[in-house]
Ligand binder design. Structure first.
Ligand code: IMP
Ligand code: MG
Length: 180
């Protein structure tokens, strides 16, 4: 598995430091309030669990799985594979996602949850890729900015593999060019 990695971009120490900072920021921003953390499956689960364990506020968690039709004629069209079960009306909601790339997926999730009338709706992403966004959307909490290279590990996959690597690394070009 590790042979498929070209180089480590963010090692586990750096990730631990950054997730602790983000959780501390959320604890400060929502001091005295309750929050609902929503993990967008599957890529965000490792990041989500690291953030969650450092949240010191009363906190509910939920999960959502979506698929965006990136090549569809209707930009931002979203298929909900699994919806949240929590009622988020009037609550402080934070969407936790792995990567903000073109912005299509997060934009669509944001719109969908916004219609359910939360008190506040924030976005927390592990990585923000420096690429042209098809949908201008800003994360409130960002782990790291990255160049437009394909990365795996720490929850991120290529064809469902590499999610279990403890660091975020760039996949060798021959892997993403040949498979999937
Ligand atoms: P967007 O709709 O273009 O913003 O797509 C973001 C989604 O694409 C993320 O949630 C990831 O699932 C996937 N993605 C984009 N770049 C990468 C990457 O480098 N590694 C793994 N998944 C990626
Ligand atoms: Mg994904």
């Amino acid at each position: 598995m590790e042979r498929d990695i070209d180089r480590i971009i963010f090692d586990s120490e750096l990730i631990a430091e950054r997730t602790a900072q983000i959780a501390a920021q959320i604890n400060r921003d929502f001091a005295g309030e309750e929050i609902v953390l929503i993990s967008i499956l599957k890529g965000s689960v490792v990041f989500f669990s690291d953030i969650l364990r450092r949240i010191e506020l009363p906190c509910e968690i939920d999960f959502m799985a979506v698929s965006s039709y990136k090549n569809s004629a209707v930009p931002g069209e979203l298929e909900i594979i699994k919806d949240i079960s929590a009622d988020i009306a009037g609550k402080n909601v934070i969407i936790v996602e792995d990567i903000l790339d073109t912005g299509v997926t997060l934009g669509a999730v944001y719109d969908l949850l916004e219609r359910r009338a939360p008190k506040t709706l924030k976005i927390c992403v592990l990585l923000d890729k420096k690429v042209a966004k098809r949908r201008e959307i800003k994360a409130d909490y960002t782990g790291f900015e990255t160049d437009d290279v394909f990365v795996v590990g720490y929850g991120l996959d290529h064809a469902q593999r590499y999610r279990n690597l403890p660091y975020i690394g760039a996949l060798k070009e021959e892997i993403w060019k040949t498979k999937d």
